[in-house]
Ligand binder design. Structure first.
Ligand code: GCB
Length: 634
């Protein structure tokens, strides 16, 4: 019973659905990429954790759907299986009637798993499941007169279909960014049925493609929250400190009475200001930074309670205020030189079976190792937006952040629809995190081989992110080219994208991949643009914790430690070096890494094993950062 015409219409419908989350952006023509209009999701619900609502975490029942039946029996074409998600079957009543109704995918009686979290870690039989699973959670609610109800998903990897009481509420594509669907008119008194299809499969047009170096991690990986608002509500509020000493930002209302409302903003007890919304419900904020304002720094990460009131609604945030800028080859935090003592991090908690369930204690433990174990002040959150919990903790604990979306290795550079996806992901990330003082760098890509279409794609991303947020710096983790000149090995950045970047960043693995020995690193000559700061966004070598030999054998702890010594010595000869984020804090799951003795499904470049055991190289980097920190500055 295959119906090809119908399948095409589903795909077309999907493409439309992805785009309706954001306004259309122009696609790159040949020649220089145009500056696209900033994209804005329909609803943001900024600071959702502080809003009136209910977490829908807990046990959700589920049903695997390897043949994607739930996506092929819509629009009137009836497959043999009966999906519950749009039929809203009362199974208990059916049973009372004698159990004669036919249906499959019985989500009421299916197995259950803890949500949030990736299914791959929940059941052994789902370890390498890559496809569609339907989840169901029932909750009690009652429509509230004059109030609106929303479901906010912090992340579903990679695509999501959301149904409430059998009716579609929304769809989303992108595994690491939040989305909001309004359910005011779908809720009923009493028990409500929420059904979510989560599809982990990636393809040539997804971001990322299936070619990565991290685990599949499918599912509802971050919290889901039911949020209640007044009919007219504050959807978003943002503030930031500029290098001109002023705090600027905006408040956005949504709803029938969003225009001509007085919005009042208070920054702790230091300052308050008011502004009136325009016809679109937007009020611009501009005030001089109060004299007593304490600047946010990694050493003193001061956060203020920010309260925004308008139209009877209240939005609460915790915000820090700092400036970030570049002066020649220097990075400046609050006008003072900054060296980024960092490390890269995947979103994986400690333990032998991570589920990407980033609770506050889990995130705190990881960030604590960076801040207090390594003496760091910076973390590269690779290769996708990490959980909001992690970002809020970085603000609170004082760790600067590099943020990126998974435009990684390759994507379909020539495809305007893929570019629109990337721009929408960027927008979702920026709107989510722009109130985090910790975030200083937006990266537009990781290790993408240079070509015309690729550079135009990244250039459009760089323009987009600047338009969305002019207050932060733009970077990308670039590939470095190794050449021979006059018998010497020369490392150089040959990439036209540098013109679009404030901060240059390169990943270098000389001494691990490739032919260079560790001793050769001392002779590598780096040719770098002199006018911009450079960050080594990655370098690293695998080591199996506890594996030692008397020599420099690969995969030993000594090799990794010597690799760090040699690379840090090389870095010391780079005149524009402004920071480091070696690869990586801890071992992480990757189906790409199948060495049967040393890896077994884990990338072993961690300075910590998967359970948190420190390898020798941890001490090498910690000593280096301790000395750097003692030299003063941030
Ligand atoms: C890289 C990638 C990172 C990999 C790493 C490796 O350059 O950016 O995602 O995991 O190398 O271990 O090779």
């Amino acid at each position: 019973m295959k119906n090809p015409a119908f399948q095409v219409s589903i795909l077309a419908g999907w493409a439309i659905a992805c785009l309706c989350a954001a306004q259309e952006a122009p696609s790159p023509a040949s020649g220089p990429a145009p500056v696209p209009a900033p994209l804005r999701p329909a609803f943001l619900l900024t600071a959702a954790v502080h809003r009136d609502g209910e977490e829908l975490s807990g046990r959700w029942t589920y049903s695997r759907d390897l043949y994607r039946t739930g996506l092929t029996d819509i629009n009137g074409w009836v497959a043999k299986s009966r999906m519950q998600r749009f039929r809203d079957i009362d199974i208990a009543a059916s049973e009372r009637r004698g159990g004669t109704d036919f249906f499959e995918f019985d989500l009421d009686r299916g197995p259950a798993m803890a949500i949030p979290g990736a299914w791959n870690a929940r059941e052994p039989e789902l370890r390498y499941y890559d496809g569609l699973i339907w989840f169901q959670r029932k909750f009690n609610a009652a429509p509230r007169p004059g109030r609106r109800a929303f479901l906010r998903f912090e992340a579903v990897n990679y695509r999501a279909w959301v149904y409430v009481n059998g009716k579609e509420a929304g769809r989303h594509e992108g595994g690491f960014t939040p989305f909001v669907v309004e359910v005011t008119n779908l809720l009923r008194e009493g028990e409500n049925r929420l059904t979510v299809g989560a599809d982990s499969s990636h393809d040539a047009k997804s971001i990322p493609t299936p070619i990565t170096d991290w685990d599949l991690y499918g599912g509802i990986t971050r919290p889901v929250r039911l949020v209640w608002t007044p009919a007219t509500f504050i959807d978003d509020a943002t503030l930031s400190l500029g290098t001109d000493g002023r705090i600027t930002g905006e408040v956005r209302l949504q709803g029938p009475h969003a225009a001509k409302q007085k919005a009042e903003i208070a920054i702790g007890t230091l300052a308050s200001v008011s502004a009136v919304t325009d016809k679109d419900g937007r009020a611009a904020i501009d005030l001089p930074a109060p004299g007593a304002l304490r600047r946010w720094t990694p050493d003193q990460p001061t956060l203020y309670d920010v309260r925004v009131t308008a139209a009877g609604d209240l939005l609460r945030e915790r915000m820090g205020f700092r400036t970030i800028a570049v002066r020649g080859k220097e990075l400046l935090l609050n006008g003072e030189p900054l060296f980024l003592r960092g490390i890269s991090l995947h979103e994986e908690e400690f333990g032998p079976n991570p589920a990407r369930d980033m609770t506050a204690p889990q995130a705190r433990a990881l960030l604590h190792e960076i801040k207090h174990g390594l003496h760091g002040n910076y973390v590269r959150l690779s290769h996708y937006p990490h959980s909001e919990t992690t970002l809020r903790l970085a603000d609170e604990m004082g760790l600067l952040v590099w943020s990126e979306i998974p435009v990684y290795w390759t994507v379909d550079w020539d495809n305007p629809a893929v570019l629109r996806k990337a721009l929408a992901m960027q927008a979702e990330t920026v709107y989510r995190d722009r109130n985090r003082a910790a975030v200083i760098l937006w990266s537009v890509g990781n290790e993408t081989p240079v070509s015309g279409p690729r550079t135009r794609f990244h250039a459009a991303m760089a323009d987009n992110v600047r338009a969305l947020d002019p207050t932060r710096l733009v970077s990308a983790a670039l590939l470095v080219e190794r050449r021979s000149a006059g018998g010497k090995a020369v490392m150089a950045i040959q990439d036209p994208l540098v013109d679009k970047l404030d901060v240059l960043a390169v990943n270098t693995y000389a001494g691990w991949y490739g032919a260079d020995t560790l001793d050769a690193l001392a002779g590598l000559d780096w040719q770098l643009p002199a006018d911009r700061p450079l960050v080594l966004s990655e370098f690293g070598a695998d080591a199996l914790a506890g594996y030692r030999s008397g020599d420099r054998r690969k995969f030993t702890e000594q090799y990794q430690a010597d690799y760090y010594r040699a690379t840090l010595a090389m870095a010391g000869r780079m005149p524009t070096l402004a920071g480091l984020s070696p690869w990586i804090l801890k071992d992480f799951r990757s189906p790409r890494r199948e060495h049967p003795v040393f890896q077994n499904g884990w990338n072993r470049k961690g300075l910590l094993s998967e359970t948190g055991v420190r390898k020798e190289a941890f001490g090498v980097l910690a000593d280096y950062y301790r000395r750097k920190a003692n030299q003063g500055g941030h």
